[in-house]
Design a protein around this ligand. Structure first.
Ligand code: HEC
Length: 117
């Protein structure tokens, strides 16, 4: 059920724009209270403004892979590249792609996701 809503949400994202579409409820891990209120709060807002439709409201994954431990796999620089360049159904958010996010916003998202270990 939840998965189907995620698929529908991502199709909508592909067709229209990056909307704030949620697919599920918050769980204790993933996005923490400190994330929401601390220095990365703007990154969390950016994330919940579109990335969540594919990667889950709590980084748990859906159409896209889970990002709950992505800092174990990718460095901050790799994260920047991944977000800027996209891949498969994921939009290329950077200026050389669809320019959905500014380089500063991409950097902030990457810095935050790099803490997810
Ligand atoms: C339309 C669905 C979709 C959206 C929206 C989306 N992604 Fe993705 N993302 C994917 C898919 C699918 C992959 C895997 C692609 C591949 O392997 O080529 C992916 C891969 C990634 C990866 C690499 C993960 C890994 O373990 O290698 C990162 C990091 C990532 N996305 C971050 C983001 C961020 C941050 C946003 C929002 C700015 C975002 N994504 C928005 C679908 C999406």
């Amino acid at each position: 059920m939840r998965y189907r809503r995620c698929v529908a949400a991502s199709l909508a994202v592909l067709g229209v724009s990056v909307g704030a579409v949620g697919c599920g409820f918050n769980r204790p891990s993933g996005i923490t209270e400190a994330d929401r209120t601390g220095p990365y709060r703007e990154a969390v807002q950016l994330y919940l403004n579109g990335c969540n439709s594919c990667h889950g409201d709590n980084l748990e994954g859906g159409v896209g892979p889970s990002l709950a431990k992505v800092g174990d796999r990718l460095t901050e620089a790799e994260l920047v590249r991944r977000i800027a360049d996209g891949g498969g159904p994921m939009p290329a958010y950077g200026p050389d792609g669809q320019g959905i996010l500014t380089p500063a916003q991409i950097q902030l998202l990457a810095s935050w996701l790099a803490t997810k270990k």
